[in-house]
Design a protein around this ligand. Structure first.
Ligand SMILES: *Cc1c(COP(=O)(O)O)cnc(C)c1O
Length: 222
């Protein structure tokens, strides 16, 4: 099936209130254009250079989500290009994004990446680290960064119960932060989890943003 058919089918299956990031990393501009023409406006990329190249060639109303590990030396060129950086995986990176955003005179929206899966990615805050960051009110000193929620991934396994329990842990952390009224957070309302192989479980566990690549664009050629 083609990209527009895939998109249409997936969109018909996603419940209302759940946003879709079309993960277009490693796919050519023509593939993104096909998705764009089918109505998709939000795309996910994992490499700074790739966003910058594609952004130049595609319509300006695309909302780019950065979803990969962001190296500190790549932060500056990315600032001002994204609707959301979903993969803030350290406080150091957060501070750098904030400093560069402040310098550039923009506000950058971000999600905090939490790490619960066993071995799949080494990136992200451990649950207790993330809770501690908020309890210490580490967000208060941010000048030009808005923390909008949490992003996470489940273990890459066929064990559905394992996947579900990973998503449940991520959702619990998200809710613990969101529902802590003492923090006084505003606009902390995004829980991004679920990919091509596991998104229905993620949605059952409370995701309101899902990131789908392969099921839309087909296999990636690295
Ligand atoms: C590549 C990627 C996805 C999409 O994965 P698919 O299995 O192709 O849907 C989602 N989230 C992140 C963080 C990714 O790196």
């Amino acid at each position: 099936m083609g990209i527009s058919e895939n998109l249409k089918r997936i969109k018909s299956e996603i419940p209302e209130g759940v946003g879709l990031v079309a993960v277009s990393k490693f796919h050519p501009v023509e593939a993104l254009r096909e998705a764009y023409d089918a109505g998709q406006r939000c795309f996910g990329e994992s490499r700074v250079q790739e966003i910058l190249e594609k952004e130049k060639e595609l319509p300006a109303d695309i909302r780019w989500h950065f979803i990969g590990h962001l190296q500190t030396n790549k932060v500056r060129p990315l600032i001002g290009k994204t609707a959301l950086i979903e993969s803030v995986d350290s406080e150091r990176l957060l501070r750098l994004i904030d400093a560069e955003s402040d310098k550039a005179g923009v506000v950058t929206r971000v999600l905090m990446q939490v790490h619960v899966a066993r071995e799949e990615t080494k990136f992200g805050f451990l649950p207790e680290e993330l809770l501690e960051f908020f309890e210490k009110r580490g967000f208060e000193s941010l000048k030009a960064t808005h923390i909008c929620g949490v992003m996470g991934m489940a273990s890459n396994t066929d064990d559905e119960e394992r996947v579900r329990s990973d998503f449940r842990k991520i959702a619990e952390i998200y809710r613990a932060i969101r529902d802590n009224s003492e923090l006084g957070l505003r606009g902390f309302d995004t829980l991004s989890m679920g990919m091509s192989g596991d998104w229905p479980i993620a949605v059952e566990e409370g995701a309101n943003l899902i990131r789908i690549g392969t099921a839309i664009f087909g296999e990636r050629e690295y």
